[in-house]
Write a protein that binds this ligand. Structure first.
Ligand SMILES: *[C@@H]1O[C@H](CO)[C@@H](O)[C@H](O)[C@H]1NC(C)=O
Length: 189
């Protein structure tokens, strides 16, 4: 019984690890009649925040009259914002700034709000030009990896860091299950 419970816990852990979600971030110039436009698509997994990546990014074409923009998750079908929105100055999207997107999600991975700010790019640091994304998990549970930069290659792709393998993470569970299987089997005879 115990072995079965441990094995199913092991399976649950495997399933929970692979739960990537995507979020569609939209941008809308304030004080205009322009509809929100897609800005970026972010893939994230609350159990593996290092794996957060920018799947797609479209530099917004903002009208010159727009000083402020609103950013959030938007559903074009119902024409409604479906997350909290944030307001940023349109200058954040000027040339020479690299967009840094931030998603705030709850413990279940639902997006609470989205934000974007432009970080001035140093001409010497070409590798930082691409858009970057981070996810902040609100509430209890796994602590978010604050200030951990997403590593991007010069083309703006995320450089995959070495993930711990399944065995490296869960060897101890397998060891316990194995031990119980051996000792349990012996006792029943
Ligand atoms: C980005 O937007 C925020 C909020 O409006 C503003 O405080 C900040 O100065 C802007 N940054 C740039 C680079 O324009």
């Amino acid at each position: 019984m115990l072995v079965a419970a441990l094995l199913s816990a092991l399976c649950a852990a495997t399933l929970a690890v692979a739960d990537p979600r995507t979020a569609q971030i939209y941008i809308q110039p304030l004080a205009t009649s322009t509809k929100p436009e897609p800005l970026a698509e972010i893939s994230y997994d609350t159990l593996s925040l290092d794996a957060t990546s920018v799947v797609a990014y479209e530099a917004p074409e903002l009208p010159e009259t727009a000083d402020l923009v609103r950013i959030g998750l938007y559903d074009p079908k119902s024409s409604r914002w479906i997350s909290g929105t944030t307001v940023a100055s349109a200058d954040n999207f000027s040339k020479g700034y690299s967009p840094h997107l931030l998603l705030t999600v709850d413990a279940q991975g639902e997006v609470l709000s989205a934000a974007c700010k432009g970080v001035r790019v140093d001409a010497g640091q070409t590798r930082d030009f691409g858009p970057q994304a981070a996810v902040l998990v609100e509430g209890k549970g796994k602590q978010p990896d604050l200030n951990k930069p997403v590593v991007l290659s010069p083309e703006g792709r995320k450089v995959e860091e070495q993930e711990k393998t399944f065995l490296q993470k869960y060897w101890w569970m397998i060891a316990i299950a194995g031990f119980l299987a051996l000792s349990g089997g012996g006792a029943e005879k």
